[in-house]
Ligand binder design. Structure first.
Ligand SMILES: C[S@@+](CC[C@H](N)C(=O)[O-])C[C@H]1O[C@@H](n2cnc3c(N)ncnc32)[C@H](O)[C@@H]1O
Length: 368
């Protein structure tokens, strides 16, 4: 199934779409639901709930968040109460709705209010992610060849961190992860080998308005040799709560001439050794029981499909992580790819192979 949320549907809201979901409730509705719970007959209860439905929705077509962010119950919640056949059942649904308006229930690793889980239809839970367009809002300029779409870190950050948590990206590139951190109120630490790329990323991150007052540290350096504990300490973090890794896919894109650049590794085997070093070095700074996301793709070499993504997955699994999920994400058509599309299709037909249209997002949990 293709998930509901796609690039083009992504928030116009900045900086944190979560704010309208906080349990401030709507006092009138809360009071009226409280009164409905006191009703001694199902007829009276239904009348009360009908009044709520009529007054709540008379000025808006909205089915979830009311005007100016005030929360309305979903219409279907009210309908469920109205359809209940017994007073007991109707009170059960009323009570549940009341809880969802006034309470906050989370799983402890993110800010998703499980009492209102139906409202998070922008958060993907399927293993196939299809984005038809990249998010190019604000400083997400998409200028860096080999970046990922901002929707990837956006989804991961909302799912695996809370506001104020720390996110680490040891292959920061153009700073996509760190920009999302600023927008969503998470602190970010990034490492990028290329000084030039790092500088441009840093100025773009600085141009985002820091409405949550979070800290962002972006350092140029080699992640295969980095002392991440020291870097975290210096940044003001004892540990991080999410690591996002988007390394080069071996030599598919050559990012620089530097010998320490993973895209210049002499062979797939050497690439995996270097990648494994980054996994080892970042391991101690991730809080126990928290998550690492690896974004990776495969490659063809001499007519053979090299499952690089799965080789990288194995490197992570060797280092104390448990695999939680594998998401397949489509490649959006970039202009360069569109120009070459016909050629690749011809080559695929002639050579009996397939043109890459996907990459993977592996989600791991650090064993406690
Ligand atoms: C696939 S890109 C990451 C792109 C990033 N997610 C973005 O959206 O811009 C991989 C990055 O890793 C960097 N890199 C390669 N070897 C590295 C190393 N040893 N240490 C740190 N960064 C490295 C490259 O310069 C490149 O910017």
């Amino acid at each position: 199934m293709v998930p509901k949320s796609s690039g083009s549907q992504r928030r116009g809201t900045k900086p944190n779409q979560d704010s309208s979901r906080e349990p401030h409730g709507n006092t009138n509705i809360v009071d009226s639901l409280g009164e409905a719970l006191e009703c001694r007959s199902i007829g009276l209860l239904r009348r009360k709930v009908k009044e709520i439905a009529e007054t709540s929705y008379e000025d808006t077509e909205s089915n979830s968040n009311g005007p100016s962010g005030s929360y309305l119950p979903l219409k279907e919640d009210l309908v469920q109460i109205l359809d209940a056949q017994t007073l007991e059942r109707a009170k059960y649904y009323t009570n549940r709705l009341l809880k969802s308006l006034t309470g906050n229930k989370t799983n402890g690793i993110n800010d998703i209010n499980l009492h209102r889980w139906k409202q998070y239809d922008d958060i993907l839970t399927d293993s196939l992610w299809t984005f038809d367009k990249r998010d190019t809002s604000g400083s997400h300029l998409g200028w860096y060849w080999g970046n990922f779409v901002p929707q990837i870190p956006h989804q991961l950050i909302l799912r695996y961190t809370k506001r104020g948590d720390w996110v680490l990206d040891p292959f920061a590139g153009s700073g996509t992860t760190l920009i999302e951190c600023v927008r969503l109120g998470r602190n970010g630490i990034g490492v990028e080998l290329s000084e030039e790329t790092k500088s441009r990323a840093a100025s773009l991150i600085a141009s985002e308005s820091n409405d949550f007052g979070v800290r962002t540290v972006l350092k140029d350096g080699d992640s295969t040799r980095m002392d991440f504990s020291k870097l975290c300490k210096k940044s003001g973090a004892s540990r991080v709560q999410l690591t996002i890794m988007h390394p080069p896919y071996f030599d598919i894109i050559k990012f620089s001439d530097k010998s320490r650049d993973l895209s210049n590794s002499a062979s797939v085997e050497k690439f995996l050794v270097e990648f494994g070093r980054v996994v080892k070095r970042t391991y101690p700074v991730l809080q126990d029981g928290r998550y690492l996301a690896l974004i990776a793709g495969d490659k063809y070499q001499n007519g053979e499909w090299i499952p690089l993504g799965f080789y990288m997955m194995q490197e992570v699994l060797k280092n104390g992580y448990k695999l939680i999920g594998i998401v397949t994400k489509n490649f959006e058509d970039t202009r360069a790819k569109r120009d070459q599309k016909e050629l690749w299709r011809y080559r695929a037909l002639a050579g009996g192979f397939y043109v890459f249209k996907h990459e993977y997002i592996f989600i791991f949990k650090k064993q406690s």
